[in-house]
Design a protein around this ligand. Structure first.
Ligand SMILES: Nc1ncnc2c1ncn2[C@@H]1O[C@H](COP(=O)(O)OP(=O)(O)O)[C@@H](O)[C@H]1O
Ligand SMILES: [Mg+2]
Length: 275
């Protein structure tokens, strides 16, 4: 039996399909002198880990309500200079999840708050931990629904269980007093129990009016901030980046219209004249 056959049989025995899939390519690179020794072992094991992480993410996507897969690799730091790259990279090492700390992304619309919250959730899922995603409004809706049907405790448990919960879009939609109380209960349960990543377009000083109650909002902020990393993003909307380009194009077009407008108008008048 050749090396290839023996290693292939071992990988099959251990049920490592990712490594098996990569084996031929890695052996070819070893033959080609591109890869040797420990690098080859690392590449083989790395292929298996990649497949496992991919599967973990697929499983998480089915149950976590994650709206999209966003990654740190897709994030353009040059567009958002107010963000400290080292801080974001360090958060993606997920020590904060182990320590059950929170992360809050604050900033105006389009600066990448949801993107970074999602990429932290993706990394957590790939690490094999449970995640869950919801906008504040959706989470409160689900809590109110559970309350009406007498299953609030169950729902609170479900939302307390994940190692990482994303609470997106605090401040976009008004919430009822009952909704605010339910959310407060959820955050009290999660406090020192699991990490929560929150995003808001409003500063903390405005959270009182979002939650309709200054006292509750400050008790909430107090718990959230106890073990917390705050990422304040000051910058332009990434969505507007494309719009700015579009806007420029439109502007050029309207300039074109201005220069050609006369002829168009004259032509139109002529057409009217003939009909
Ligand atoms: N710095 C960036 N690099 C790459 N894509 C970005 C960046 N910032 C935002 N985006 C993208 O722009 C869109 C809007 O960003 P999002 O995270 O939803 O903004 P926010 O939640 O702050 O309103 C998303 O599709 C996101 O992936
Ligand atoms: Mg957002």
């Amino acid at each position: 039996m050749s090396y290839r056959e023996r290693i292939g049989a071992q990988l099959a025995d251990l049920k490592l399909p990712g490594a098996m899939e990569a084996l031929d390519g890695i052996l070819a690179r070893i033959d080609g002198g591109e890869l040797a020794g420990a690098d080859a072992i690392e590449a083989l094991l790395g292929s298996q880990i990649e497949l496992r992480n991919q599967r973990r993410l697929q499983t998480a996507m089915r149950s976590s309500r994650l709206p999209a897969i966003k990654t740190l690799a897709d994030f353009d730091f040059t567009f958002q200079p107010s963000i400290k790259r080292e801080q974001i990279e360090s958060l993606h090492q997920l020590g904060f999840v182990e320590r059950k700390e929170n992360v809050i992304f604050l900033g105006p619309p389009g600066v990448g708050k949801t993107h970074l919250a999602l990429s932290l959730a993706v990394a957590t899922a790939q690490g094999g931990r449970r995640i869950y995603y919801g906008s504040l409004a959706d989470l409160i809706d689900s809590l109110e629904e559970a309350q009406t049907s007498g299953r609030l405790n169950q729902r609170l448990k479900t939302l307390t269980y994940p190692a990482l919960l994303v609470v997106d879009e605090i401040g976009y939609l008004p919430i009822t007093r009952n909704g605010a109380m339910l959310f407060f209960q959820l955050m009290s349960r999660r406090y020192e129990h699991g990490s929560t990543v929150l995003t808001s377009n409003k500063g903390f000083e405005e959270w009182g009016s979002i939650f309709g109650d200054d006292v509750m909002a400050s008790a909430l902020i107090d718990r959230l901030l106890h073990h917390c990393h705050i990422v304040n993003i000051r910058g332009n909307s990434y969505r507007m980046k494309n719009h700015t380009e579009l806007y420029k194009t439109l502007n050029y077009e309207s300039e074109d219209l201005q220069t050609h407008g006369k002829t168009t108008r004259t032509r139109r008048r002529k057409e009217t004249a003939t009909t």
